[in-house]
Design a protein around this ligand. Structure first.
Ligand SMILES: NC(=O)c1ccc[n+]([C@@H]2O[C@H](COP(=O)([O-])OP(=O)(O)OC[C@H]3O[C@@H](n4cnc5c(N)ncnc54)[C@H](OP(=O)(O)O)[C@@H]3O)[C@@H](O)[C@H]2O)c1
Length: 346
């Protein structure tokens, strides 16, 4: 072979696998597919209520996330982030980087709209905020109904579910599901629903692994989504809470086996359980770390070491609602005060 021939060989066709393609897709029971990691977008709350995005911080975080390969965004009417998510998605669609059909949007119905006809009103408002004519997944945020003045409403969550079913039948939500239901409530829903829930979003991290409940949901064809997946590794409500931290020696040893970080190990543990992590970050480096979890897998022994942290500890425990007839969690002796700012007029 002459030299020229060896230098100017025909280029081989190399398929470039993007991160978005590496993210596993989870099949929902109605045939739709959900990208196997979601970007969380709840910015938390302080004394003034839910923290709002400033200077388009969230929009820019979503733009960056799309560049990194995130295709699934988790929001809720109460987070006040729908608008900036919609803005970012529109920018990326307009620039030709993604199509709407490649993006999966999950949003949630807030507790003050649990009457059947209020569900569609609330969803239409979310759709307007998001600038889209459908969401991929609409979740009932809690089984708890509240009146507009935040007093308890005794509306049955099955009545609310009928409104969710209306949304599904109208195509305004491609799929419907629930969040913060307990096992008994989910059993009743499965028995009485005409349109079955395809997803359940609950708190799961090393300190609350929810083995039986996850198994029950998965056995019934429901995809489980894990919120607050980093648990005590990161500060919560501005505090370091008890539990394993980023430098935990057990997690660090596992992480070193794969040249990964401890948050990546904790997230991968969920993926290995066929659970979809919903992880929030507005930081480019951390967003990138969090999505690079689809190129390794934990051994059973490593998973067992992570399960050993389980202490059934919830960080989302709205005990101020614990006297509500549909409160899903265990009651505690000294409930905390309701942090939600109630409307002054209704
Ligand atoms: N259904 C429900 O009732 C419910 C309840 C709670 C949450 N959620 C959803 O779940 C999402 C996630 O839950 P979450 O926000 O409570 O908890 P999380 O995702 O476990 O933790 C978020 C915190 O960890 C930091 N972080 C993210 N990645 C990191 C990394 N690789 N290394 C170090 N720190 C990292 C973030 O800060 P930076 O942003 O600065 O990186 C943020 O402070 C929410 O945003 C929301 O969408 C749903």
């Amino acid at each position: 072979m002459n030299i020229v021939g060896s230098i100017f060989k025909k280029p081989k066709l190399v398929q470039v696998i993007t991160t978005a393609e590496k993210v596993v897709k989870v099949k929902l029971s109605n045939g739709h597919e959900m990208p196997g990691i979601a970007l969380g977008t709840y910015l938390g709350f302080d004394k003034n209520g839910v923290i709002k995005s400033e200077n388009k911080q969230l929009r820019d975080a979503v733009l960056n996330a799309i560049d990194l390969g995130y295709r699934h965004f988790d929001t809720a009417a109460i987070y006040d982030t729908e608008q900036e998510i919609g803005e970012a998605i529109k920018m990326k669609i307009d620039s030709g980087d993604v199509r709407r059909s490649e993006i999966f949007i999950t949003t949630k119905l807030w507790n003050t709209h649990h009457k059947r006809d209020e569900v569609l009103t609330a969803l239409k408002e979310s759709l307007a905020n998001l600038g889209t004519d459908y969401v991929d997944l609409y979740l009932m945020h809690w089984p708890i109904g509240l009146n507009k003045d935040y007093t308890y409403s005794d509306v049955d969550f099955m009545e609310t579910w009928r409104g969710m079913e209306d949304a599904s039948k109208l195509g305004l939500a491609k799929s419907i599901g629930v969040s913060n239901f307990n096992e008994e409530q989910l059993k009743r829903l499965l028995k009485e629903a005409t349109v079955k829930p395809v997803a359940l979003q609950i708190e799961i991290h090393p300190q609350i692994i929810q083995t039986n409940f996850v198994q029950f949901a998965q056995d019934n064809g429901i995809v489980v989504m894990a919120y607050s997946p980093l648990g005590s590794l990161v500060p919560r409500f501005g505090m370091q809470l008890p539990g394993p931290k980023m430098d935990d020696p057990v997690l660090t040893e596992i992480a070193n086996n794969y040249k990964k970080t401890t948050p990546q190990v904790v997230l991968r543990c969920l993926v290995d359980r066929k659970i979809v992590p919903v992880v929030k970050s507005v930081n480019a480096k951390r967003q990138s770390d969090n999505i690079h979890i689809f190129d390794f897998s934990l051994s059973k022994e490593e998973m067992d070491k992570i399960y050993a942290f389980d202490s059934h500890t919830r960080f989302t425990l709205p005990s101020f609602w614990q006297d509500h007839p549909y409160y899903p969690f265990e009651k505690i002796d000294q409930p905390i005060a309701d942090p939600f700012i109630k409307p002054t007029s209704v």
